[in-house]
Design a protein around this ligand. Structure first.
Ligand code: DGL
Length: 274
């Protein structure tokens, strides 16, 4: 009999960035299957309008539902900022984004109440991190900065390159002058350049990767909804499936460079059909 507990979790992002969230889910809840969709044909989302990001995200949710997922993780800060609420209202599946978990852990970690957020233009413009953080701790001061070039540098694979460091110096100068005590990596690409950001911002600033807390929240959600996969149901064969809207080979190479799991198959689909 078909058992919903054994169904996969749908995870999506505008491209490869969401793999940092997949990596955490794989580590923290290895008994869960995953269907990942990366919208590689339409990336970046961070420069697009709210309406466009909602439309794209809606299509992806429709696609993931055809794969019989039991829950959905929006592993993209921009889509979480713009589309999570709308999609939660429209969809009967449990769904979480990465922004709330990131905001929660940052407000816990911050000792002096001065929190920096680096993210895409869209996420920064939505002020969603500020809203959540100040909802939790009203006295917090939140400073937001768009760092759009980081996405291209990560996609180029220049994770520890001097050019990436120079760009980080320029973007983070303001945060250094503001003496923040905590910095949220508010774009799913940014954890991949965490060591460069660390080098530039200094040891004393707590760096927050929302992916870690998102995996914890997902585990709790699955338990609460009684749809968590039981250890004895562990799926041995093809537990992880990857779909993209373009350039499947390029995605696969990138994914294999950051995941512990060896991806052998990535399928391209026409997302506009959904
Ligand atoms: N994955 C996106 C995010 O977390 C960044 C890349 C994009 O602009 O699409 O906001």
């Amino acid at each position: 009999m078909y058992e919903v507990r054994e169904a996969p979790i749908g995870v999506f992002d505008s491209g490869v960035g969401g793999l940092t969230v997949v990596r955490e889910i794989m580590r923290q809840i290895p008994q869960e299957r995953i269907v990942y969709f990366g919208d590689t044909a339409r990336v970046p989302y961070g420069t697009k309008s709210r309406d466009t990001v909602i439309r794209y995200s809606r299509q992806i949710v429709r696609f993931l539902k055809t794969r019989n997922v039991k829950a959905i993780v929006i592993a993209c800060n921009t889509a979480s900022a713009y589309a999570l609420e709308t999609l939660q209202e429209e969809t009967d599946l449990p769904m979480i984004g990465v922004v709330k978990p990131g905001a929660r852990v940052a407000s816990r970690a911050s000792t002096g109440g001065k929190i920096g957020v680096i993210a895409t233009e869209a996420t920064v413009g939505s002020h969603i991190y500020r809203e959540y953080i100040q909802g939790l701790k009203p006295e917090s001061k939140v400073f937001e900065k768009a760092c759009p070039l980081f996405v291209s540098l990560v996609e180029e694979g220049w994770l520890k390159d001097p050019i990436t460091e120079a760009v980080a110096q320029r973007y983070l100068q303001e945060m250094k002058e503001l003496h923040i005590d905590t910095l949220i990596l508010g774009c799913t690409h940014y954890p991949l350049i965490q060591s460069t950001v660390r080098k530039v911002i200094g040891e004393e600033v707590a760096l927050i990767n929302p992916a870690y807390e998102t995996a914890i929240e997902l585990r709790e959600l699955l338990k609460r909804e009684k749809i968590d996969n039981q250890e004895h149901h562990k799926i041995e064969k093809n537990p992880y499936e990857f779909f993209v809207s373009d350039a499947a080979e390029r995605f696969k190479t990138f994914a294999n460079s950051i995941l512990d799991y060896d991806i052998t198959n990535t399928r391209q689909i026409n997302i506009e059909e959904y």
